[in-house]
Each structure stands twice: as structure tokens, then as C-alpha cells.
Write a protein that binds this ligand. Structure first.
Ligand code: NAD
Length: 499
């Protein structure tokens, strides 16, 4: 029996009333496990109204009390870690250990948000002029909304609502319709932690729900993570309606492998970062660029047996390297990209198409694939595949290799593997990409730094979490005050300047 999912509005579960739903699958078996209600514009407006009503009181709660709610929330999520990870794994398909990592990376943003009394402090200048003090404060914006992708159903909502709510905003989250149960559960836990009703609402839906959030006059800011075409649309539409918008998009993350790199370590890193979570990570390494023929040949020789022996299994299998993809559609899309690579003339050294897990033939599994001799003019290089497929692009020189990520349409993450500090330092300084790893395969910044790519991986120019997140979710007010007021100077018709 498929479970009928709900919205979470004003502190309570609310059944969908639009009559439209979308199936959620058990990706291990292919069976429908739940149905997500797709909200009508009126249902979305009721969630926005609830958050708007909750805002004035929540904004006036002192920052230390807001931090206590965050501390309570952190403890509750930790207490419910196993349940959340299993729920996540059962809808997304990532293995349970990786699902715990998804929750944990979100929790790290909550830990950062627990420092909000310090983070949201303003600035003060005593004696900026005779009897004049000047100070600035960071005030919350109002109702903020987050639209999130399927691939990190715990971490990405927490990136957004963690910082936003700590800053004194109220929040409407529109999670991916493919795996919405974890965000729904997180909203319940936020209420249990002491946030008043309406501070965090979850509305399920598709384009109709998103368009209502983008155009409703009561929504002040929109945070989006998903594919680039939608990110660009979100940015343009939200900005046209006067909203502050940050919109993160897709990726094609390169790993540059220098001839002096420790190849055994590199192979370990490429296998984990390329195939973990079935490649459904925006920071997955999808392109390896060995420098020089000898490096390339040695790398390929080591990669082939590792890709062939990847253990693809049930998301509940502790021994599995990765589980099924989120939907059959996603799996078929990846298989279609592998077909395309073969047509384009790339060398398919390991073919994951057609993989079936015995006894689970209906599951959305796909084996790991490895391409050699991929060139920058091929579509499989230009576009994001978002699956367990690694493409090797051979470069003759460091300069040729370094140009590739810089000139790619996406600029999310990139890594360089080398023992040469000069090469690494100059690469990090000059590459046209937002997040750089030096001998680190998945350079996802920790919560107190900030996450964001460049070029078509991000629209709007502000990153998630860290101080960038606090700045995104607050507006600055600057006050100039003069005490005592009794000094008589007469009227001045010129702009005040500092003598
Ligand atoms: P998606 O773009 O299909 O969906 C993301 C969100 O947008 C969902 O909530 C969805 O309901 C909504 N949406 C989909 N189509 C829409 C439309 N036409 N109008 C309005 N809203 C719409 O992305 P996905 O498949 O859920 O996630 C995978 C993508 O997300 C990949 O491209 C991946 O690289 C990217 N991603 C990026 C980052 C990052 O930080 N840069 C992080 C994670 C995932």
C-alpha cells in the first residue's frame, strides 16, 4: 500500500487537496511506495500566509533563544538519525551510511547556526563625529522560501532553513517531489525543538508550487538548488518579482592528475567521488584529466578493475558501494548518455548498462561505466550526466589540462592531484571554478565556510551557509545617532563630510 504524503503547514500535517499527486518509488524494487501531493497555488499561498503570520513574533525572539531552538533541533535530529537515514535511503536509493552523511552534513550547518547570537551581531563605531555614534544591524528579511533537489533531501533543506530561521526569518520549503519524506519529518522535529507554528512549513509540489513562491509578494527571498536550466529560470523569475535569489545549478567536476601524483590514492579517490551515491552528487567527479600519456595509461590500467568490481546493491546493504538511482527515468537518462558517448566515438572501457541485481530486476540499478578518449567537443563532456560514469579526457600538458575546467560551462568543483606545491597553488589561484580541492576529491566546504560554484553552476552570486548565508538571509540597517542633541550648529546645505 502506497502511503499518501502530506504538506506540513502551521505546525500540522495537512492533506493535499489539489487532486494531483506524483508517485514516489522504492528504488530497490521499482514499486510505488508513496504519493506526493502536488500543491495548488492556493495551498502554497496558505503556507506562505502561515509563515507571514509567524514572522513578527519569531523575528522579535532574542538571538540566544533562537539559538536554543537550534540546539534542541540538533539533538532531536541526532536522536532520530537512524530513522531519518533509513527513510532517506528508502526513497533516494543511496546506501544507509551515505544517507547518514547526508543528514550529518546538514546538521553541521545547524551547529553553525547555533552561533547566531555572535554571527548576527552588527558593527559599532563610537565617536564617528562630535557626539555621533554609528551602528549597523542585520535584520531578518521575512518569509523566505527554499526549493530543493532530490539528491540531498536532508542536507540541502538544512543548509537553507537552518541559517534562515536562526536569523529570525520564517521559511517555506518546497522539497523535491521524488523524496519529500525527510524534509517533512525535519519540519516536525523543528516544531518539537520549540519553533512556533509557521516558522517552518513544507509544501510539496511541482512547477505550479514553485511559480507561486516565485511570484507571491509576501516571499522576500528564494534559495534554489537543482539543475541549471531551472536555476536560471528561478533566478530570472524571482528577481523580476523583486526577490533576493540564490540559485545553484548543475556541475561537471574535473580532477586533474599530475604525473607526480600518488596514483593509488588518486584511484581510491576517483572511485569514491565518481561512483559514490551512484554519481548523483553535484560535487561528484565526472571527468578525470591525466597529464601525459604515461599517467593516462597507468591510470586507466588501475581504474578498469576497480570500476568492474564496484559492488552495486540494495540501499540497505551495508556492503554495497552504491545503491539504485532515484527513478527509472534517471537511470534511463544515464544509460542514454552512455549510448551517446559510444556514438560520439569515446572508448567505453566498462559498460554499466543493463546491470540487474538478481531478485530485484524491477529496481533502478545501473553499473559503473568508464570512458577513455573523451574529447571536449563531445556532448558527454559538455553536459552533466549525473550518474556513475567517469570520463577520462587526456591532456598533454598541465596548461592544456588546467584550461578544461576553466573553459567548461559549469564551475562548481575541481580537484588537482599532485605533489608539486607550485602547480597546486597556481592552479587554485587561477582556475575559473568556485570550489577547489588540492589532493581532496570532493572539496565541499564545511558549514562555517560557504558553498557555491561559478558560471552556470550558480546564478545570483551568493553562496550557501557560512557568513555568506547569514548575509543572504539578513538585510543591513545602519543608524547614525547624535547625543547630546543640544549642540547648535545651524542648518547645513552641503552633504555632511568628516572634517
Ligand atoms: P531539478 O532541477 O529537476 O529539480 C530541483 C527542484 O526544482 C525540485 O524541487 C523540482 O520540483 C523543481 N523543479 C523542477 N522542474 C521545475 C520547473 N520546470 N519549474 C519550477 N521548478 C521546477 O533537479 P533534481 O533532478 O532534483 O536535482 C539534480 C540537479 O541538482 C543536478 O543538476 C545537480 O547537479 C543539481 N545540484 C546542484 C547542487 C549545487 O549546489 N550546485 C547541489 C545538489 C544538486
Amino acid at each position: 500500500m502506497a502511503t499518501e504524503l502530506h504538506h506540513f503547514i502551521n505546525g500540522a500535517k495537512v492533506a493535499g487537496t489539489s487532486g494531483r499527486t506524483l508517485d514516489v518509488f522504492n528504488p530497490n524494487t521499482g514499486e510505488v511506495s508513496a504519493r506526493t501531493p502536488l500543491a495548488s497555488a492556493d495551498e502554497v499561498r496558505s503556507a506562505i500566509a502561515s509563515s507571514a503570520a509567524a514572522f513578527p513574533e519569531w523575528a522579535s525572539v532574542n538571538p540566544q533563544r533562537r539559538a536554543r531552538v537550534m540546539f534542541n533541533f540538533k539533538r532531536l535530529v541526532e536522536d532520530n538519525m537512524n530513522e531519518l537515514a533509513e527513510l532517506l535511503s528508502a526513497q533516494h536509493g543511496k546506501v544507509v551510511a551515505d544517507s547518514k552523511g547526508d543528514v550529518q552534513r546538514g546538521l553541521e550547518v545547524i551547529e553553525f547556526a547555533c552561533g547566531i547570537p555572535h554571527l548576527q551581531k552588527g558593527e559599532f563605531t563610537e565617536g564617528a563625529g562630535p557626539g555621533i555614534d554609528m551602528y549597523s544591524m542585520r535584520q531578518p528579511l521575512g518569509v523566505c522560501a527554499g526549493i530543493t533537489p532530490f539528491n540531498f533531501p536532508a542536507m540541502i533543506p538544512m543548509w537553507m532553513f537552518g541559517v534562515s530561521i536562526a536569523c529570525g526569518n520564517t521559511f517555506v520549503c518546497k522539497p523535491s517531489e521524488k523524496d519529500p519524506s525527510v524534509p517533512l519529518r525535519l519540519a516536525e522535529l523543528m516544531m518539537e525543538a520549540g519553533a512556533p507554528a509557521g516558522v517552518l512549513n513544507v509544501i510539496n509540489g511541482d512547477k505550479e508550487a514553485v511559480d507561486t513562491l516565485l511570484t507571491d509578494e509576501h516571499v522576500e527571498a528564494i534559495s534554489f538548488v537543482g539543475s541549471s536550466a531551472i536555476a536560471e529560470y528561478i533566478y530570472a523569475t524571482g528577481a523580476a518579482h523583486g526577490k533576493r535569489v540564490q540559485a545553484m545549478g548543475g556541475a561537471k567536476n574535473h580532477a586533474i592528475i599530475m604525473p607526480d601524483a600518488d596514483l593509488d590514492r588518486v584511484v581510491d579517490d576517483l572511485i569514491g567521488a565518481g561512483y559514490g551515491s551512484a554519481g548523483e552528487r553535484c560535487m561528484a567527479i565526472s571527468v578525470a584529466v591525466p597529464v601525459g600519456k604515461e599517467t593516462a595509461d597507468r591510470l586507466i590500467e588501475k581504474l578498469i578493475p576497480r570500476v568492474e568490481s564496484l559492488k552495486v546493491g540494495l540501499s540497505t546493504d551495508d556492503e554495497a558501494d552504491y545503491g539504485p538511482m532515484v527513478t527509472a527515468e534517471q537511470r534511463d537518462k544515464v544509460a542514454g548518455w552512455i549510448d551517446r558517448g559510444v556514438e560520439e566515438g569515446a572508448s567505453l572501457l566498462v559498460d554499466g548498462r543493463g546491470f540487474e541485481l538478481q531478485g530485484y530486476e524491477g529496481g533502478f540499478f545501473i553499473g559503473g561505466s568508464l570512458f577513455d578518449n573523451v574529447t571536449p567537443d563531445m556532448d558527454i563532456y559538455k553536459e552533466e550526466i549525473f550518474g556513475p560514469v567517469l570520463s577520462v579526457v587526456r591532456a598533454e600538458t598541465f596548461e592544456e589540462a588546467a584550461k578544461l575546467p576553466s573553459e567548461h560551462q559549469y564551475g562548481n568543483g575541481v580537484s588537482i592531484f599532485t605533489r608539486d606545491g607550485d602547480a597546486a597553488r597556481s592552479f587554485a589561484a587561477n582556475v575559473n571554478v568556485g570550489m577547489v580541492g588540492i589532493n581532496v576529491p570532493i572539496p565541499v566546504p564545511l558549514a562555517y565556510h560557504s558553498f557555491g560554484g561559478w558560471k552556470r553552476s550558480s546564478f545570483g552570486g551568493t553562496n550557501q551557509h557560512g557568513m555568506e548565508g547569514v548575509r543572504f538571509y539578513t538585510k543591513v540597517k545602519t543608524v547614525t545617532s547624535r547625543w547630546p542633541t543640544g549642540v547648535k550648529e545651524g542648518s547645513s546645505f552641503v552633504i555632511p563630510t568628516m572634517k
